[in-house]
Design a protein around this ligand. Structure first.
Ligand SMILES: Nc1nc2c(ncn2[C@@H]2O[C@H](COP(=O)(O)OP(=O)(O)OP(=O)(O)O)[C@@H](O)[C@H]2O)c(=O)[nH]1
Length: 435
């Protein structure tokens, strides 16, 4: 490498056992003339993956295959990773770096390291590749085997696997649907369909034993501005529905035309997906607060047809708090994001609105709104909207939102895959901190 040239980096993510190591072996065996450095992170103290990769590719550990032990590179080992990649670039010459994130890492933070830290001067992100265990994905979002839906983190705490699967897909430039041999054509089509809805525009390939096209894997695929499905749906809806903004003002929530205009125009982005397999998305947007218990009841027990839901909640009894909601398969959380802009002192509101002219501001309610995007297969939009509408209250109505989180970043589970679903958020449901 010439001084001043940057090295392309591909960050490889995917759930535990998805086939990342298998894919790395395939890559190293088929690398041709390329000199590839691989940084492997494995959970636990033994770097089995690094040794396996080294063993199968005639590379010694330390000779291009570098280990990081004791945890997850996206969090505890962030400093080590930064040091390791800077040292690697200084000490060795190679054409491409591949970093395998552990099965419970989100690839996004790992990739950001190459943009924001000392490593940025030496590296350029070429792509985030996520290996998906097609069988596990189909199970998690299809029939939902609860025993397989929790991943253990380095500190022993558990995290719903569905969250990780969704996040790993939502940040990917390339999605590798691995274990093709373990799913039927219909199951694979459903998985592909969900992946395309979660991450419109990502390159999606199907593989068995990680036999991905090496040129494709290493090519420059990264698009930091690529849309995430739920955000694209919200934006598409906002653009297409200027007229409905004022249509849901004070007291109109009983109006029969509530749901009529809330169809998602972003489905135009993936027309074949909808036409072929029925993946759709829609936005539920109301200018009225939800009853706290009713909202928890509906949003904590969404139909299985919903793969992903996300958005903002205006909750009666806590009208100053902007709540966010996030559901992925069998898990659902509500978090306190901080005050609504409309709850802040007037001068702050003015400044904020000047700096955010795109903010959807209502004459009476400011930015307070309930705005949820749902992505799924064969969803009954009318039924879901009606279930939520049944819990709409008038702005200012009294209600007890005592079980909802209050501190910014605090989170409460409405549904978790390992436990019995709860009908309301409870104070003893461990808040998991802002994610
Ligand atoms: N049937 C089948 N098995 C596969 C496929 N790809 C990988 N495997 C197997 O799945 C298991 C896990 O594969 P790995 O490559 O170790 O997965 P990983 O993502 O590196 O796993 P962790 O490092 O634990 O996160 C191994 O037993 C592989 O042989 C595939 O396409 N089909």
């Amino acid at each position: 490498m010439n001084a001043g040239e940057t090295i392309p980096v591909t960050v490889l993510g995917g759930s535990l056992g998805a086939g990342k190591t298998t894919l790395l072996n395939h890559l190293l065996t088929n690398a041709g003339d390329r000199d590839i450095a691989v940084l492997v992170n494995d959970m636990g103290s033994v770097n089995v993956d690094a040794e396996l990769v080294a063993e199968e590719s005639d590379l010694a550990v330390g000779d291009g295959v570098t280990e990081l032990s004791n945890g997850c590179i996206c969090c505890e080992l962030q400093d080590d990773l930064e040091t390791a990649v800077v040292r690697l670039a200084r000490e060795r010459s190679f054409d491409h770096l591949v970093v395998e994130a552990s099965g419970v890492s989100e690839p996004g933070p790992v990739a950001r390291l190459f943009v924001t830290s000392r490593a940025a001067a030496r590296y350029d992100v070429a792509g985030l590749a996520t290996v998906v265990d097609s069988r596990l994905f189909a199970d998690t979002f299809g029939d939902g085997d609860p025993d397989r839906t929790v991943a253990e983190e380095g500190d022993g705490s558990v995290r719903p696997l569905s969250d990780l699967l969704v996040e790993q897909v939502e940040s990917a430039d390339l999605v590798v649907l691995n274990k093709r041999d373990l799913v039927s054509d219909a199951e694979l089509a459903a998985v592909r369909d969900a992946v395309e809805a979660l991450r419109p525009g990502a390159t999606v390939v199907e593989t068995t034993h990680g036999d991905v096209d090496v040129d494709l894997l290493l090519s420059d695929l990264h698009d930091p501005d690529a849309p995430v499905g739920w955000r694209a749906a919200l934006e598409g809806d906002a653009e297409g529905n200027e007229g409905d903004r004022d249509g849901h003002g004070h007291g109109d929530h009983g109006d029969a035309d509530h749901g009529d205009h809330d169809h998602d125009h972003s489905r135009d982005d993936t027309p074949h997906a909808e036409a072929t397999y029925g993946v759709t998305s829609f936005v539920y947007r109301r200018r009225a607060p939800l009853d706290p218990d009713g909202a928890a009841e509906v949003l904590g027990d969404l139909p299985d047809s919903v793969v992903r839901a996300k958005g903002s909640l205006w909750v009666a009894g806590a009208e100053d708090v902007h709540f966010t909601y996030s559901q992925a398969g069998p898990s659902a959380y509500v978090a306190a994001a901080g005050p609504w802009v409309a709850s802040r002192p007037e001068f702050e509101q003015d400044t904020y609105r000047r700096n955010h002219p795109e903010l959807d501001w209502h004459d009476d309610h400011g930015d307070r709104r309930t705005e949820l995007v749902f992505i799924g297969r064969g969803m009954d939009e009318d039924a879901l909207s009606a279930a939520l509408d049944a819990h709409l209250l008038d702005p200012g109505a009294s209600a007890d939102a005592g079980d909802y989180p209050t501190d910014p970043g605090e989170e409460v589970a409405l549904a978790e895959p390992t436990r019995e679903r709860e009908s309301t958020p409870t104070a003893d449901a461990a808040p998991e901190g802002g994610r």
